[in-house]
Design a protein around this ligand. Structure first.
Ligand SMILES: [Zn+2]
Length: 442
């Protein structure tokens, strides 16, 4: 250590590094290597940036191509519709000619349907004829209901998401004879009608109205066309998954929330956590309430509340919502005979499909599904008398306004099918007598 004094300040002696040529070479090589690594690092970063840019561009292109495909599909549908309209307008007796959608408007104003005031009003009526509308028209009518009930504003629903959600729901219904997208539409339209008829908007929260409508739309999603009894007896995947407890209804519900789990289809994406919880719980309760195995229990619970009904009581409102979705689910017979009767054929077709399969698989067959035992009249009378009329009469206690347009048509339908049964019986008697007479002939 050098000494430090005034005459001899701190002295630092620099000693020339004595490097050998080999050491110098090694240092230089290390330095070169480090510099190369730095350069590579920078190059990788550049490459990364370039790749990100290219991926973004590719994603954009895929999106654009996807949109093009959608547009082409839409155009195809429009052309088919246009052909249908041309066909129907050339035949004035065809009820389709009376369609109130303006296709001209649709094609020339960004393919938007225009609903006439008459249609808008008619849509609120329980006698609405569902058979006059094509699936994409029904989508548009459902969309209208969400706007009309102010649900789009209340839940802050993105209009494109609403369209996409409805499309996705439609695609998730199978082409069963009965449990199909048209049935979903009918149930929802009846709920929409009841909301007006019973002035539910004045009595219930917007949240409840949204839950009721959405539960209706989702209530039979991905129905396989075979009921719970079949699922349980055949030990299907659904029955195993849900331990024989309302396998179908649990499945419809799970599919509903699977659809909503896609951000592109989540109409409730903009609600807060607490509201989402209430929506989810509300929809689950309502879809599960559509299992007819729980009919007695749910009706009884509502009956106990109806005479002292209190809209401030959560339990009362919950029971009402359950009974409302049940009413709508089995409300075909409330509609005029020309609308409701084809549904009976659809239901029997689905029942027969099941009973045929049950026979083939050696499973028990319910008599009401057996094509050898049931007729349209016998199928209907018991159901209308013992299920529909008692339930709708109970609801009419709370909403007398449904008496004329819902309960009365049910009584008329009962009388119609009782007459039909008498005719069937007379016909059977005649056939029996004829067969006997033939036998007696020598
Ligand atoms: Zn249903």
């Amino acid at each position: 250590m050098p000494s430090n004094s005034e005459s001899n300040p701190y002295k630092v002696i620099y000693e020339e590094a004595r490097k050998t040529a080999a050491e110098a070479e090694m240092i230089e090589s290390v330095m070169t290597h480090i510099s190369e690594q730095f350069t590579k690092c920078f190059q990788i970063n550049d490459l990364k940036a370039d790749l990100t840019k290219r991926v973004a561009m590719l994603e954009k292109r895929v999106e654009m191509e996807g949109l093009k495909v959608c547009e082409i599909e839409k155009c195809k549908k429009d052309i088919t519709q246009l052909q249908d309209v041309i066909m129907s307008t050339t035949n004035k007796n065809n009820p389709r000619a009376k369609r109130e959608f303006s296709l001209h408007e649709k094609l020339h104003r960004g393919r938007k349907y225009t609903l006439s005031q008459e249609t808008v009003e008619y849509l609120k009526n329980p006698s609405f004829n569902n058979w006059h509308w094509e699936p994409n028209e029904m989508l548009c009518l459902l969309e209208h209901m969400y706007y009309d009930l102010d649900l789009v504003t209340y839940f802050n629903i993105n209009p494109i998401v609403l369209k996409r959600w409805l499309l996705c729901v439609q695609e998730s219904y199978r082409n069963n004879p009965f449990h199909n997208f048209r049935h979903c539409f009918c149930v929802t339209q009846m709920m929409y009608g009841m909301i007006y008829l019973c002035k539910l908007e004045d009595k219930m929260s917007k949240l409840d109205i949204g839950i009721l409508m959405t539960a209706c739309i989702c209530h039979d999603l991905d129905h396989p066309g075979y009921n719970n009894t079949y699922q349980i007896n055949a030990r299907t995947e659904l029955a195993v998954r849900y331990n024989d407890i309302s396998p179908l209804e649990n499945h419809h519900c799970a599919v509903a929330f699977k659809i909503l789990s896609n951000p592109d289809c989540n109409i409730f994406a903009n609600v807060d956590k607490e509201t989402w919880k209430q929506i989810r719980q509300g929809i689950i309760t309502l879809i599960l309430a559509t299992d007819m195995a729980r009919h007695g229990e749910i009706l009884e619970s509502f009956k106990q509340k109806v005479d002292n009904f209190d809209y401030a009581n959560e339990e009362h409102v919950a029971a009402l919502k359950m009974i409302l979705i049940k009413c709508c689910d089995i409300s075909n017979e409330v509609r005029p005979m020309d609308v409701s009767e084809p549904w009976v054929d659809c239901l029997l077709e689905e029942y027969f499909m099941q009973s045929d399969r049950e026979k083939a698989e050696g499973l028990p067959v319910a008599p009401f599904m057996d094509r050898d035992k049931v007729t349209k009249a016998t199928a209907q009378i018991g159901f209308i008398k013992f299920v529909l009329i008692p339930m709708f009469e109970t609801v009419a206690k709370l909403f007398p306004s449904i008496e004329d347009c819902m309960v009365k048509p049910l009584r008329d339908a009962r009388d119609y099918y009782e007459e039909l049964k008498q005719m069937d019986d007379a016909m059977a008697e005649r056939k029996k007598a004829e067969a006997l007479a033939l036998k007696k002939r020598p």
